[in-house]
Ligand binder design. Structure first.
Ligand code: FES
Ligand SMILES: [Fe+2]
Length: 424
C-alpha cells in the first residue's frame, strides 16, 4: 500500500509515475475527478436547432447532449434505464425522441420516458414512467458557447469553477461579433497514453516546443516566434488546476499567419483588429496567443479545443474540434480549418510530434523499476510571481509551475473522501 499523499510533492516538484500507469488510481480518478469536475461536452454551434443532439463523454460515462423542443440544452447519461443499451447510437443528429433499439423504450428529447412497449399488456400500467427517465447530468451550463456538464450537484457553479480562465476564453472565443463556431465535425482517435500527459502538455509545457517540434520549426512549417522571442514567453497557473501557455502581445499577425503562406487568415485578422480591440479592451494587446488546459481534460490552442477522454490508465480517446470566428468570411474559415488540420489533427505535424512523446512516456513508465522513480517538475520552482497585467501566477519563459498546480489539484481531489490508499 502507498499513501496517496506520497505520490505528488508539489514543494519539491516531484510526481510519481504511478499516476500515469496505475489501474487502481485510474479507477479512483473516474470517481473523484471526472464525476466531480465540470467537463467539456460540446459547443453550442453544434446544436443550433431544437432536437439537435451530439454524443459526448464525462470520463468513461457516455453522455447525450440535446437541445430539447423548447430550446433548452440538457445532458443525460446515454444509457437506457431498462437494461443499459446506448439510447442514442449516432454521433450527432436531430430527434424529437430516442427509441432504444433493445426493447423499445422511448425517451423524449427532454429525457422523459414517454413510451414503453407492453405498458398496458405486460406492465399493467403500473410502471412509474416518471421515475424512469434518462439520468440527467446534475449541472449543465455554458460559457461563450462552450457547454460543460458536472455530475456532482454540490459542485460550485461553472463561472466559479472556471475562475480567471474566463479571461482567456474571452480572448479566444469573443474576439468578433457572434463568437466562434465549430467547423468540420469532431476528429476522434485513440492513443496509448495516460490522459494527464496530454493535459499536462497543454497546461504549461512550452519547454518541449523547440526540441520536440524542431523539424516543424527548421522547415519553416511553424512560426519560430517562441525561439526568436524567448523573453516574451510566459506560463500562467490558476487555482483549480488550470493553466495557460502564452506569449506577451501584441498579436503579431505577420509572424503567426504570414501573408505569403496564409493570405486569407492574414487579411481577415488585419481587418478585424479594430473590432477585436473594441471587444477585448485592454487585454487585446496583452497576449499574442494562448494555449491551455481547463482541469481536468479540456485543452485549447489557436483554432482548436480538444478533450482527452480517459480509456484506462494507458489509453485515451482524443476528441478534437476546430473553431473559427463565426463572422469570418468563408475563405478565411477554410484557411483556418486547413491551418488547424495541418498542425493539430490525427495527421497534424505537431500533434504527431506530441503523441510520440505521450505514448512513450507512458509505456516507459510502466515497468516495475521505472515506477520507483518520480518525474522531475522542478523547472522554475520558486520563481513564480504575480503580474499586474495577467490574472494568475506567472513565470517568464518555460516553467513547470502550471503543471505543479495541475497535480496539486489532482492531489486535492484524489485525497478527498474515505479511501486514500492504493496498491502498487
Ligand atoms: S435496454 Fe433499452 S429498452 Fe431494454
Ligand atoms: Fe507540442
Amino acid at each position: 500500500m502507498v499513501d496517496i499523499q506520497d505520490l505528488v510533492d508539489v514543494k519539491r516538484g516531484l510526481v510519481s509515475r504511478e499516476l500515469f500507469v496505475n489501474e487502481e488510481l485510474y479507477e479512483q480518478e473516474l470517481e473523484k475527478i471526472f464525476a466531480k469536475s465540470w467537463c467539456f461536452l460540446a459547443h453550442e454551434s453544434q446544436l443550433p436547432n431544437p432536437g439537435d443532439f451530439v454524443a459526448a463523454y464525462i470520463g468513461e460515462d457516455p453522455v447525450l447532449v440535446v437541445r430539447d423542443s423548447r430550446g433548452k440544452i440538457n445532458a443525460f447519461l446515454n444509457t437506457c434505464r431498462h437494461r443499459g443499451m446506448r439510447v442514442c447510437r449516432a454521433d450527432a443528429g436531430n430527434a424529437a425522441a430516442f427509441t432504444c433499439t433493445y426493447h423499445g423504450w422511448t425517451y423524449g428529447n427532454d429525457g422523459k420516458l414517454v413510451g414503453v412497449p407492453g405498458y398496458k399488456e405486460y406492465y399493467y400500467e403500473e410502471l412509474d414512467m416518471e421515475q424512469w427517465g434518462l439520468v440527467s447530468v446534475a449541472q449543465v451550463d455554458s460559457y461563450k458557447g462552450m457547454i460543460f456538464g458536472c455530475f456532482d450537484p454540490s459542485a460550485p457553479a461553472l463561472p466559479e469553477y472556471l475562475g480567471d480562465m474566463t479571461w482567456f476564453l474571452d480572448y479566444l472565443m469573443d474576439r468578433s461579433e457572434g463568437g466562434v463556431e465549430v467547423v468540420g465535425g469532431v476528429f476522434k482517435w485513440e492513443m496509448p497514453c495516460n490522459w494527464k500527459f496530454a493535459a499536462d502538455n497543454f497546461v504549461g509545457d512550452s519547454y518541449h516546443f523547440p526540441i520536440t517540434h524542431i523539424s516543424a520549426l527548421k522547415t519553416g512549417f511553424n512560426s519560430q516566434s517562441i525561439i526568436r522571442n524567448p523573453t516574451r514567453s510566459l506560463q500562467i497557473s490558476h487555482p483549480g488546476g488550470h493553466g495557460v501557455i502564452s506569449q506577451r502581445g501584441p498579436l503579431n499577425i505577420e509572424n503567426r499567419f504570414p501573408a505569403e503562406g496564409w493570405p486569407e487568415i492574414n487579411a481577415y485578422y488585419q481587418q478585424m483588429l479594430p473590432e477585436r480591440a473594441k471587444r477585448l479592451g485592454d487585454k487585446a494587446d496583452t497576449l499574442d496567443w494562448t494555449v491551455g488546459t481547463i482541469f481536468p481534460n479540456l485543452s485549447f490552442e489557436s483554432f482548436t479545443f480538444r478533450v482527452w477522454h480517459p480509456r484506462g490508465p494507458q489509453k485515451i480517446e482524443v476528441w478534437s474540434w476546430c473553431f473559427v470566428d463565426k463572422a469570418a468570411p468563408p475563405e478565411a474559415k477554410r484557411a483556418m480549418h486547413l491551418f488547424h488540420q495541418r498542425r493539430f489533427s490525427s495527421s497534424g505535424t505537431l500533434e504527431q510530434d506530441d503523441g510520440e512523446n505521450w505514448n512513450m512516456t507512458t509505456s516507459s513508465s510502466n515497468g516495475r523499476v521505472a515506477r520507483r522513480h518520480p518525474f522531475n517538475y522542478q523547472l522554475q520552482l520558486g520563481y513564480e510571481r504575480y503580474d499586474e497585467n495577467v490574472p494568475g501566477v506567472i513565470a517568464d519563459g518555460p516553467s513547470e509551475h502550471s503543471a505543479r498546480g495541475f497535480y496539486r489539484r489532482w492531489l486535492e481531489l484524489m485525497s478527498a473522501g474515505e479511501s486514500a490508499d492504493i496498491r502498487r
